[in-house]
Design a protein around this ligand. Sequence first.
Ligand code: COA
Length: 696
Amino acid sequence: MTEGVVYEVNDGIAVLRVDNPPVNALSPHVRLALNELIRKADEDPAIRGVVLTGTGKVFVAGADIKLINMPRTGPTIGDFLAHVEGMRKPVVAAVQGTALGGGFEIALGCHARVALAGNRVGLPEATLGLIPGAGGTQRLPRLVGAAVALEMIVSGRHLEVEEALRLGAVDAVVEDDLLGHAFAWVDRLLARSLLPRARDRQPSGDMTDIEAARTAFDCKAAELGTNGTAATQAAIAAVADSFDRDFDEALAREIEAFTRLRTSPVAQARIHAFLAERAARHVPGVKSDTPRRPVDTVAVIGAGTMGAGIAITLANAGYAVCVVDAAVESLDAARTRINTTYGDLVGRGRMSAGAAETARARLRWFSDLAEGVAEADLVIEAVYEDMDLKKRIFAELSRLAPDHAILASNTSYQDIDALARETARPERVVGMHYFSPANVMKLLEVVRGAATSPQTLASVLDIARRTGKIPVVVGVCYGFVGNRMLWQRTVQTQKLLLEGCSPREIDTVLTNFGFRMGPCQMQDLAGIDVAWRLRKARGERMEPVDTIADAGRWGQKTGKGYYLYPEGVRTGVDDPELLEIVAGVAGRLKVPRRRVGGEEIRKRLLFPLINEGFRIVEEGMVERPGDIDVVYLHGYGWPRDKGGPMHHAETYGLKRLADDLDRMAETLGEEELRPTRFLRELADTGGSLAEIDART
Ligand code: COA
């Protein structure tokens, strides 16, 4: 065995089986082995053909993403395929599992492709800000046509092999005995005078397909107000090459484009996001063999917007859900809201009527807490943010819920340990912080209390994944990770308004950065009155937002907030009256007004937020900096092209960031804006967050 690839001979056919756990990525040793072994098979007169396959659920998952930043060494997949294409012996890909990126490109370069039913293939490089780099942009258009190839490459989507067969990307799909079928293909190809090679075919379609893609892309870019992604443009150019350039010249241009894109900030950010999402699944103390508590029935306490969203999420995933609320009118309202949501989903073709009905039938409604939680394996409390109320509920749940049941709170801020202390089962108390709307947003902050057991955590993480959420485990602190950091942005937004910025100026800076909406638009959507009410109850005030709320401007729901929302307009229209209100508050508070530039706005909105992220890492509230990026990518709309706040800090430069924060603290006279000890230390010692991520 050459490392990473097993070589076996079966009745004169060499089987090359890639075996590089976990996903058979094309690490340097695998590329080396493939190149050596194909030569060995070719040179051995006793071998009449080759079958190439993988091990386990994945055929080959493509380039080794963990090493993608390293300079390429040793023989490449391009070399391997060039050898295959020069061979007189047939080479057949036996695709036994998922074939992605370079994995699928290897298959495209073989003389035939046989796939086991139920698997997927695709070229997902675009999702990483890349294009295929092993001939995919040249061979795929020759097999499926330029239009289909472009769609596949630009979207990066994974296809069922059955669809790939229909399109011509694979030659056969078989239900069983894959190797037997692949051997038969070797013999069938031996009977031909010429071996079929994708490179010898003409791409079907013509330049109008390329022009159509370019136009569609330009329209989309115009609609988004961006120049689009470099990867999309490179993909279109590469597929265009398949028409008007020599095959080998086009291959050389493809790898050139791939190499150029690989070091681009967008690819670096997207690759970081991919790896951070996987790393966040590794939770200290939780292993694959940690025992889980079986959970079938979940009680959701509180039938507000959050409770209803959580109930839908759980019912869709097959859990029996008991929605509990003492107020019968709240239960009725939730039932109506849930019915409307399912109606919308069916209406928009997102769910079949049958599936919606089945999910709805899993919901039961209770006004009595004892009855509602009697059968629960998990209880999720989702009442409003009143700690005394939550404490009372947890004390009652401790008495009423079955002994084995896990008790979770959906609080956005409060102390999970204090809630655990109200119960006789602190090891089965945990935070499950959903984001609104809970049936749509992917992020779930799973809050690990001081006493939360690995078993509880493992069970909750399983439920999160089964319901399609992306869970990130965080520690107990006020606001946890996402909201604690966001608070810094809220504070700066308010200060910027008082200093003279309009909501539009503030929001535009962030939408230009890549967010779908800015802080003022977000508050208008969520409702300005929510935090205003909370502050009122505590006797606190924040300006100018509370004066804006005093004026009945609560956001979209009242038709005006930071912006005006005339009938049917959801994007918001600038309102001079709002500017007058803010100017009035600034005058009253004697805040000097000035013109603030875009760069200052961006730094003030983002850097204090990022600084708080460093504090969170320093306090050990997350396992690794990358976890914060996952929170922001999936819960706060941080643009994937920018990788997340911590990745952004690293790209910007930790030293520059720390110095900027020092300067900001001095010019604004706000000592709390100083870089945290941890940031300053990393900045001064040349440390890096990526190194910390890699260590965990
Ligand atoms: N290179 C290196 N490591 C990879 C990898 C790749 N191409 N693809 C996945 N991995 C790693 C993951 O980081 C994870 O590592 P960990 O166990 O240390 O956390 C492990 O393999 C399992 O991956 P995961 O995504 O959790 O497994 P899955 O079964 O859910 O999905 C795939 C498997 C192959 C569908 C999925 O991993 C995937 O889409 N990979 C990327 C494919 C790709 O984009 N290829 C083109 C590269 S240019």
